[in-house]
Write a protein that binds this ligand. Structure first.
Ligand code: ME8
Length: 501
């Protein structure tokens, strides 16, 4: 059995869940659901990043202590992910004792390797990014990401000697050409490393809201430095060595493009220093833009997933997020685009197929679903759809995977339109066509279940099948001929009622 470990970034608790954070979390969820269908042993990790200046200041602004704020917001993330049908296997919070233990162990390992020194840091710092910049990186004196003023920071800090890792990192990327995708991001990271790496400050004395430095309690660990370690904490680093080595380093780290320097420069260097292999796969996606801008708290252009669920349902939102944009480039989020996508693919294609199949089986087959033909023209369409769907999920391309699955839906609708079973007399001809359409629906329910799990369970139930599509195993369950026939088919209400534009 293959192991499949996927992580999202852990989200800051100063901010509520929005469709940007939902985007990464949904992609991870859908890919993991696909791998569960393949029979893999999956571990899907998400969670919250709870320390640091940004969280402390946001809490203070609300008159809360940071822990109360972290408790409240992490709960909101958990609820949001439950609402979106995210099947994560763990939810890590960086304030948990298990994380403190893992951080202490890894910091000690890095120090024992001689890569931590005490020094003085002075320079610009963006609180929203929780990141230091050089003067040259600023845009008109402002943070290059948030375009807002930076703070000047000066303190005694521990430094991680990142500069030592320039050549080891370049060698590592050379030896692992598939470690970072897409290719453009890989080139960007390599050229950044080639320019030379500066040692990085990894502790704070001006702040108390953090994980203490194990050998010097006056300092807390810089939030990014310990947050990255969550990926090890959750698989037992520091607590359960056997478990840890089962899952690491074959991880898939998913993230937005703004945090690749931390994940693709710092993180592999930190791991090398601690004697651990760097992550096998980092997959970087672009931003969902609203009106051409990245959503952020400071720009007040965030959209709450719950508002869209109210209009489109959980699966309506899931489908749009997975289908509308390719994984990699930036994409635009728009309400109009969402209505169009929902109506075209969910109401008119999938919903319409189910409803016309159930209607004709009701009127021409006595409500009992017939078995498919072995040599149906749809059999090869289904086989091709499976191959293309599987290949796309394997390369983390949910939009292509769904496009491939939807080809089978469109072809099945076209098959019905060609044969017009609703006009024919009941009998073997109609039974054959309807059996084929039911079989196509069964396969669609399996293939689309990673994206729209509730709708697929409902399709499964209405065509009379026991259990649920998520319990199936591919490729067997996607092979033509699995619908046994002789099952009650239920008409039911429209699966995806059309939206008014
Ligand atoms: O960076 N479009 O947390 P964060 C697409 N705590 N994805 C988006 C997005 C958008 N408009 N907005 C956010 C942090 N995201 C750190 C991570 S990991 C050790 C620490 C997603 O709350 C995307 O995955 O700012 C992005 O990288 C992440 O949320 C940032 O979440």
């Amino acid at each position: 059995m293959s192991r499949f470990y996927v992580t999202t970034p852990i989200y800051y608790v100063n901010d509520a869940p929005h469709i940007g954070t939902a985007y990464t979390t949904l992609i991870g969820d859908a890919v993991c659901r696909w791998h569960r269908l393949l029979g893999d042993d999956v571990f899907y990790l998400t969670g919250t990043d709870e320390h640091g200046l940004k969280v402390q200041q946001s809490a203070e602004a609300l008159g809360l202590d940071p822990r109360t704020m972290a408790d409240r917001t992490s709960e909101r993330f958990k609820q949001a992910w439950r609402q979106l049908d995210i099947a994560n296997d763990d939810f890590i919070r960086t304030t948990e004792p298990r994380h403190y233990r893992a951080v202490a162990k890894m910091l000690t390992a890095i120090r024992d390797h001689g890569d931590i020194e005490l020094g003085t840091y002075e320079g610009p710092y963006c609180i929203a990014c929780e990141a230091y910049y050089t003067e040259a990186e600023l845009i008109d004196g402002n943070c290059p990401i948030h375009l807002r003023p930076v703070e000047q920071l000066k303190e005694e800090n521990y430094f991680f000697l990142l500069s030592r890792y320039q050549q080891p990192l370049l060698d590592w990327y050379e030896a692992h050409p598939d470690a970072l995708q897409p290719e453009g991001k890989r080139r960007e990271v390599i050229s950044f490393i080639r320019q030379g790496l500066r040692d990085i400050s990894i502790s704070r004395t001006s702040l108390t809201w953090g994980v203490p430095i194990p050998w010097d309690e006056r300092h807390v660990t810089y939030v990014w430095f310990e947050a990255l370690m969550n990926y090890l904490t959750a698989i037992g680093y520091g607590d359960d060595h056997d478990r840890f080595v089962q899952w690491w380093p074959a991880v898939h780290h998913l993230m937005g493009k703004e945090i690749i320097r931390f994940h693709c420069v710092w993180w592999p260097a930190m791991l090398m220093s601690a004697g651990i292999e760097p992550p096998a796969h980092v997959l970087v996606h672009g931003w969902l833009l609203v009106g051409g801008e990245k959503m952020s708290k400071t720009r007040a252009n965030q959209i709450a997933p719950a508002d869209l669920v109210a209009d489109f349902g959980v699966d309506g939102l899931r489908y749009y997020m997975l289908r509308d944009n390719a994984f990699g480039p930036d994409g635009d989020f728009s309400y109009e685009g969402m209505v169009a996508r929902y109506n075209a693919d969910l109401a008119n294609n999938l919903g319409n197929l189910l409803s016309r199949v159930a209607t004709v089986v009701g009127s021409k087959c006595g409500g009992v679903g017939p078995a498919p033909q072995h040599d149906s023209p749809l059999a090869t369409v289904a086989a091709d759809a499976y191959d293309a769907t599987a290949a796309a999920w394997a390369r983390f391309a949910p939009n292509d995977a769904l496009d491939a699955t939807w080809r089978l839906i469109r072809e099945t609708n076209a098959y019905l339109e060609t044969n017009e079973p609703w006009k024919a007399e009941p009998g073997p001809g109609v039974d054959a066509v309807m059996g084929d359409a039911l079989e196509a629906l069964r396969i669609v329910a399996v293939l689309a279940s990673p994206a729209v799990p509730a709708a697929c369970s409902e399709v499964w139930r209405r065509i009379g099948l026991p259990g649920s599509p998520a319990d199936q195993r591919v490729p067997e369950a996607a092979t033509w001929g699995g619908y046994p026939g002789d099952l009650p088919v239920e008409k039911g209400a429209p699966l995806f009622p059309r939206k008014a534009g």
